[in-house]
Design a protein around this ligand. Structure first.
Ligand code: 13P
Ligand code: SF4
Length: 307
């Protein structure tokens, strides 16, 4: 049950987004109230496509900065708003353009495959972007005889490499939330819930991924949770995903692998900040045009190869 003031904020957001024609796109790691007021909720790939196909001229992205930037890169004529410019992804910020230039000096014919969790400047020097929902498919379509530098998530990169059995080079970085989940914790959950289906995000460590019955993006995990016959599900990704899984599977027993799986940056976005953003039409996300044009090539290539 929401407090009266919480409900007032939600009602005001709903009224303002209608009045100002704003399309709200949210990620599954947002708090339930934000997912519920959004026009579209998805994984990072679906969010980018939803932005590109937005029926409205103004888009508010409830997600970390690279998600809002992707929307701005793909929709040059539209206004993209973020309710909290300080919500970022530490893994995305770990790599610098110089790291890519140094690799290219050693491997001039290499392809730079960039996880969508990267700033625009990194996408601008990448050949193609991927997300956890399409990385295996996209990399399987790339020429076999060229080196691939997969950045910046080593865990996702190693998972893809294992699926495709092809040589790739990695940048040593990972998501601090997913990387903190240990195989011991999964083993304990399995002991507590024998027979439960274990579903893991590919940003987790290889030892954790090895213990999974299913590996996929947030959207993949939600869809698998609905389809699989098991009644008990252990879910190894950020806690925000539980909202949609619970809503769609009211009769299943759902266990978050570890209550510590909370992305503090995703949680910097609040209904109050969304309300402020809609009231003041702030903060507008901008990407310098020379960088936007180059970054759009890598994102559009992803959309082409994923479909
Ligand atoms: P998804 O693309 O699976 O939603 O993942 C985004 C993300 O940041 C996971 O940590
Ligand atoms: Fe970045 Fe990890 Fe948060 Fe996703 S969950 S936004 S990868 S820190």
């Amino acid at each position: 049950m929401k407090s009266q003031s919480d409900q007032r904020i939600i009602d005001r957001i709903l009224a303002l987004k209608k009045e100002k024609s704003v399309y709200i796109i949210a990620h599954y790691y947002q708090v339930p109230d934000i997912q519920d007021i959004a026009d579209f909720v998805g994984d990072s790939y679906a969010m980018a496509v939803a932005a590109k196909n937005s029926p409205l001229e103004t888009i508010l992205v409830a997600g970390v900065d690279f998600m809002a930037e992707s929307a701005a890169i793909l929709c040059p004529g539209k206004t993209v708003l973020t309710p909290e410019p300080g919500a970022t992804c530490p893994m995305a910020n770990a790599i610098r353009v110089e790291d890519i230039e140094a690799y290219k000096e050693q491997h001039p014919d290499a392809l730079i495959v960039s996880y969508v969790n990267t700033p625009a400047a990194i996408k601008a020097v990448s050949d193609v972007c991927v997300t956890s929902s399409n990385a295996v498919k996209i990399i399987s379509k790339l020429p076999k005889d060229v080196p691939i530098f997969f950045i910046p998530d080593e865990n996702l990169g190693r998972y893809v490499q294992g699926q495709l059995d092809r040589k790739m080079d990695f940048f040593p970085s990972s998501c601090p939330i997913h990387a903190a989940l240990t195989p011991e914790t999964i083993a304990l959950r399995k002991l507590e819930h024998p027979g439960a289906e274990v579903m893991v995000h590919p940003e987790c460590r290889p030892e954790v991924i090895q213990m999974a019955d299913y590996v996929g993006s947030t959207a993949g995990i939600i869809s698998h949770a609905c389809k699989c016959p098991q009644q008990e599900l252990i879910i190894a990704t950020e806690c925000g995903i539980m909202h949609k899984i619970e809503e769609l599977n009211p009769d299943k027993k759902l266990i978050l692998a570890d209550p510590e799986l909370v992305c503090a940056d995703m949680k910097k976005i609040t209904p109050e900040k969304i309300l402020y953003s809609l009231e003041h039409m702030e903060t507008k996300v901008t990407v310098p045009e020379d960088i936007r044009v180059k970054a759009a090539v890598a994102l559009e290539k992803m959309i082409e190869l994923a479909s």
